[in-house]
Design a protein around this ligand. Structure first.
Ligand code: HEM
Ligand code: HEM
Length: 427
């Protein structure tokens, strides 16, 4: 008997792969129910779904290769002809599911309107299917929608297959003796035994996977965390200070009197200057920064009339501390850098509101829309050095930043805070 059981079971590797893949497919189905919406949680669940799905693809290809080299053990001789045919059809159809589901998912994300990089489990870069991200939008949509329909269709077929497969395994386990079918995948299972411990172990496993799929919270995109700017600052500075940092104390001002510049002077911005923005996603703060921008400054606090400032911001250099989220910022939904690579802020009118305090009355051009923007700022000039800090806010929707489902302000508010912390040297 034990000889026979050993001879009639799948190899240890085939068994390990069978149960691992089965568990991951059940997990995929459960977590797919949590991917709706534009919340950071849903975003994280989609990334997790992609990671598990690609894992299933790799394991299934390995399983298929192993199966070709190591054919399954002969089936029990007592099986009826239709049972053999049905089980063979179900097994091969399962391979279509195990490979077709991840493949259609992969096509979907590669041909997505906004092509986001895939980082498996947050770390391992996974490529897009070659050719798809570069397609014209209309062709991309056809690929994406067809793959999505196939993804939805195959999973419906999978539900039928799982029902047939489990029913078959249970029928042979519970209602027939001497037909050790379950024992082929769960070695040691005794046919005809209702209180078979391996059946309970499988049931417990399924319940555990469902519970995990419902409760597990995959790591969410990074919020409010920004890596340091690419140019090493001369002195340590906070990446994007939330509030103005320069507040000249009257005593300090008295100690180092500001030079009088009767004509506007040219200023060169030093690399430790930052241009930041702050918003929120689903109530969590997001800090952002533009890494590439230039400023043309002709300014004197004593000659405001001739002063002018012009800032050009490379929108593709926006960073918010999450690689996948940042990859979507240049897209048509956000900054649309293909049509409008730069935003500009130009101010030719300045007013003084207090000691060392000014307002630049300018125009912001962003995404093809130009609107007035006032930037209150503080200025401290010491010798030929100047420090400027300012905070203002704007309505992103007025510039069309956030299209489609992102137009709504329920997840990401309309108001964006813009912060400058600028250091400059007189030229
Ligand atoms: C074994 C592998 C997989 C299984 C069992 C699976 C299962 C599912 C299920 C059940 C849904 C929900 C379908 C519905 O709403 O009717 C879904 C949706 C989705 N899956 Fe998968 N999936 C797998 C692999 C993948 C992979 C590898 C990716 C991407 C790399 C992916 C991307 C998606 C996406 C983007 C959706 C949302 C589609 C939509 O817009 O409705 N899936 N998946
Ligand atoms: C989504 C889940 C599942 C998938 C995709 C799946 C897939 C497969 C495939 C493809 C085979 C053929 C052997 C192979 O090439 O590996 C197989 C065999 C088998 N599976 Fe599953 N399975 C799943 C769930 C289950 C469950 C829940 C049970 C038990 C209740 C089970 C019991 C068996 C048994 C006993 C065999 C051996 C049948 C034989 O060769 O006569 N499977 N399964």
């Amino acid at each position: 008997m034990s000889e026979q059981t050993r001879a009639a079971r799948y190899s240890a590797l085939a068994i390990a792969l069978h149960w691992t893949i089965a568990a991951l497919i059940v997990l995929q189905i459960v977590i797919a129910g949590r991917m709706e919406g534009r919340t950071p949680e849903a975003f994280a669940v989609v990334q997790f779904h992609k990671s598990i799905g690609i894992t299933v693809l790799l394991l299934s290809l390995a399983r298929l290769a192993w199966r070709v080299v190591n054919p399954p053990p002969p089936e029990p001789a007592t099986l009826a002809g239709w049972e053999r045919t049905l089980s063979t059809v179900v097994h091969w159809a399962f391979y279509v599911v195990m490979i077709g589901m991840p493949l259609t998912g992969w096509i979907m994300v590669s041909a997505s309107r906004i092509v986001l990089p895939t980082l498996l489990f947050g770390h391992i870069p996974w490529p897009h299917l070659p050719g798809l991200p570069e397609l014209a939008p209309a062709a991309k949509k056809v690929w994406h929608d067809t793959a999505r329909d196939a993804h939805h269709l195959i999973i419906k077929g999978a539900y039928v297959l799982i029902a047939l497969h489990v029913a078959g395994a249970l029928k042979h386990q519970l209602f027939t003796r001497n037909e050790p079918v379950l024992a082929r995948m769960a070695p040691g299972a005794v046919g005809g035994r209702w209180l078979e411990p391996r059946l309970f172990a499988i049931l417990a496993g399924v319940i555990a996977v469902i519970a995990f799929g419902k409760l597990y919270e995959p790591p969410r995109p990074a919020m409010g965390v920004l890596p340091p700017p690419p140019v090493a600052p001369a002195e340590p500075v906070a990446p994007t200070p939330p509030a103005p940092v320069v507040a000249p104390a009257p005593a300090a001002a008295a100690a180092a009197p500001e030079p009088v510049l009767s004509a506007p002077a040219k200023w060169a911005v030093t690399p430790d200057s930052t241009l930041g923005f702050a918003t929120a996603w689903s109530g969590d703060a997001i800090q952002g920064r533009f890494d590439k921008w230039t400023a043309d400054i002709l300014f004197s606090p004593d000659a405001l009339d001739g002063s002018r400032v012009s800032v050009a911001i490379d929108l593709a250099s926006a960073k918010t501390g999450d690689e996948q989220r940042d990859a979507s910022l240049p897209s048509g939904d956000w900054f649309d850098t293909a049509s409008h690579p730069k935003a500009t802020f130009t101010a030719t009118r300045f007013s003084k509101t207090g000691e060392g305090r000014f307002v630049a009355h300018g125009t912001l051009s962003l995404r093809g829309v130009s609107r007035p923007l006032n930037l209150p700022f503080r200025l401290k000039i010491t010798g030929d050095r100047a420090e400027v800090s300012g905070v203002t806010s704007l309505d992103r929707t007025a510039f069309g930043v956030g299209q489609g489902e992102w137009k709504s302000t329920d997840q990401i508010p309309a108001k964006v805070t813009v912060t400058i912390a600028l250091k400059a040297k007189r030229m």
